[in-house]
Design a protein around this ligand. Structure first.
Ligand SMILES: [Cu+2]
Length: 121
């Protein structure tokens, strides 16, 4: 059995362990949103825009709006949005508490999801 000098094996193992958390954290996290979480909006039509810290797979990302009465509506994001963004128009929003529920697949294969509550006056 060939002997591997411990002095050369240990540093590379340590480097690998240190690198792992960074590699795993490339999944998509929201860096800015419109509407902002908790916002109160005056109009019944809004341009929804979610920006992420990494590129996302548009075809496998989902966006849903939950109305004040609990009804859910699937939104179809614009296909020509930038690679790190989801853009979609929402119209005829009745007054009350709404939820924007998003789920995205980032290019590293991880799914992340979240909920952005907002109010329409
Ligand atoms: Cu990830």
């Amino acid at each position: 059995m060939p002997s591997v000098p411990r002095s050369s094996l240990l540093p590379s193992l340590t480097a690998l362990l240190l690198a792992l958390p960074y590699g795993a954290s490339a999944h998509a996290i929201i860096v800015s949103s419109q509407p902002v979480s908790g916002a109160t909006i005056d109009t019944s039509a809004i341009a929804i825009r979610l920006r992420f810290n990494s590129r996302i797979d548009h075809a496998r990302s989902r966006l849903k709006l939950r109305a004040p009465d609990g009804a859910e509506q699937v939104l179809t994001p614009a296909a020509d949005a930038p690679a790190d963004e989801i853009d979609v128009e929402a119209k005829a929003l009745s007054p009350g508490a709404w939820h924007l529920q998003w789920q995205v697949l980032s290019v590293d294969g991880h799914i992340t999801r979240g909920d952005i509550p907002f109010n329409v006056r």
